[in-house]
Every structure is written in structure tokens, then in C-alpha cells.
Design a protein around this ligand. Structure first.
Ligand SMILES: [Fe+2]
Ligand SMILES: [Fe+2]
Length: 266
């Protein structure tokens, strides 16, 4: 059994909640997930100091961390940067690479960047990015459980309301299905939910904002994260919500996703 802690939208900046970030660090120390996933929006406004604070916090987690940027990790008002070097501040102050994966003999957790220079609410995946994602998935050990991480939702779900999923998301999901991806972990919407997979289509697993006051929808004013356990027959997603009185994230919902039978990848 392997475990992942899925965080998102930590939003270092004015709306970040340091006591929740400390609670996440304590959770990681206590429960020792195999991998921590942060599905984007590390900062609120892509400022150097916000990235440096995020980098220090991520480094202190002391375990493998998978990440990709979100739309808030691109400068909104610094128009020159936004146009010509949208991820420059990320690269200089958070990570030289846009994405970080984790691959071992049992887990292949692969991240893609759906934010882009003119990103606002919506994301995008270009054909070249999908081809690169395919290459990384295909190169992983054949026995590894395949999981993809993207900030914006890749598939249309009722929780999106009138917003569309990321452009290119449907094509990416089709390739994910063909390559045996079981879960797609995302954020951006600031509330959590799970859409079970159907046939070959992977399950879509969202978490709300783990450490900011930007919760929306049914998680307005709330904070959440997902604890995910990949077992032999079942993947269990525990949706945990922050309980201020208890001072910890507590399980609100458990969703068991049957694992698909092994099949040849195309
Ligand atoms: Fe966000
Ligand atoms: Fe976002």
C-alpha cells in the first residue's frame, strides 16, 4: 500500500494561513506519506517573497513532493513579465523546473502545467505538452500505478458550473485513459470532490485550498486536503477538512475507488 497527501492552492501571500501550513507539516511528520502532491497555486501573486516562502515550506516537508504551477503562479499585473517570462519568478525563486514528478517501482506521479502567460481562470494543455506527458508516463515502470497532477480540471464536471475545463483537457484525459492512468489530482476550484472513473477514464480527484482563506462553494471559509491510499484492490480517498476547534484536519468522507484490472497500455 502506498500513500499520497494531496494539497492544493496553498497561496503563500496575504491570504495564506500559516497555522494551517504548520498543521500540514506536522501531519506529514506524523503520518509519513510516500509522496506529497501540490496541485498548483503555490502563491497568491507570483511575488519573489511568496515563492521563497513556499520553497522553504516545501523543502521542510522532508519527503518527495510533486508539483506544477497554477494560474496564480503567473504574475497578473506585471504585464512585461506575464507576456515574456510568465514563469520567470517561479523558476528563480521556487524551482528551476516547472514540474516535478515522482517515479518509483510502484508509483508514477507525473505533473503537467495547465497555466500559461495569459492564464486567468482557465487552463490549457498544448499538443506538445500532452505528447511530453505521454512520454513520461510510457517511460515509468510497467507495474507502477499512474497518477497525473494538473492545476485546472481536465474534464467537464458539474462542480465547474459555467466554467469550461482546461483547453486540451479532453485530449489529455483520452491519452491518460489509454496509458492506464488511474487518478488525476487537481485543485483551482477551492473546493474538493471526487468523480469516480468509468471504464478506462481515470477518476478526477480535487481538493480545496489547503492553507488559505480562499475556500469557495461548499468549502467557503473551509480548508481541505486529501489522504490517498493505493491498495492492491482499491484506492481510498479520504477527504479531510480543517476543524478549527480540534486544530487538525479530520476525515469528512471516504471514497473507495476500485482499481481497474491490469491491461496492456496502448
Ligand atoms: Fe487557487
Ligand atoms: Fe487557480
Amino acid at each position: 500500500m502506498r500513500s499520497l497527501l494531496h494539497l492544493s492552492d496553498v497561496h503563500f501571500g496575504p491570504l495564506h494561513l500559516p497555522e494551517l501550513a504548520e498543521a500540514v507539516t506536522a501531519l506529514v511528520e506524523r503520518e509519513r506519506p510516500d509522496v506529497v502532491v501540490i496541485s498548483g497555486d503555490l502563491t497568491q501573486r507570483a511575488k519573489p517573497g511568496q515563492f521563497r516562502a513556499a520553497r522553504a515550506w516545501v523543502a521542510a516537508l522532508g519527503c518527495p513532493v510533486v508539483f506544477a504551477p497554477g494560474n496564480h503562479d503567473v504574475p497578473l499585473w506585471r504585464v512585461w513579465e506575464r507576456l515574456f517570462d510568465p514563469f520567470g519568478a517561479w523558476r528563480r525563486h521556487f524551482s528551476p523546473a516547472l514540474e516535478r514528478d515522482h517515479v518509483d517501482s510502484e508509483l508514477a506521479v507525473v505533473a503537467v502545467t495547465t497555466a500559461f502567460a495569459w492564464t486567468t481562470k482557465h487552463g490549457r494543455l498544448r499538443p506538445g505538452q500532452i505528447a511530453d506527458l505521454e512520454r513520461r508516463l510510457a517511460a515509468a515502470p510497467s507495474a507502477a500505478t499512474r497518477i497525473v497532477v494538473a492545476h485546472h480540471p481536465l474534464g467537464a464536471v458539474p462542480e465547474l458550473g459555467a466554467e469550461p475545463p482546461a483547453r486540451g483537457g479532453a485530449a489529455a484525459l483520452a491519452r491518460c485513459a489509454a496509458l492506464g492512468v488511474e487518478l488525476v489530482l487537481s485543485g483551482h476550484l477551492h473546493h474538493g470532490f471526487v468523480v469516480p472513473g468509468a471504464g478506462e477514464r481515470p477518476a478526477l480527484v480535487h481538493t480545496g485550498t489547503s492553507t488559505s482563506s480562499r475556500g469557495r462553494g461548499r468549502e467557503r471559509g473551509r480548508n481541505s486536503l486529501n489522504w490517498i491510499e493505493v491498495g492492491a484492490e482499491t484506492t481510498r480517498v479520504e477527504r479531510r477538512l480543517w476543524q478549527p476547534a480540534a486544530g487538525r484536519f479530520e476525515t469528512a468522507e471516504r471514497i473507495d475507488l476500485p482499481r481497474p484490472p491490469r491491461r496492456p497500455r496502448r
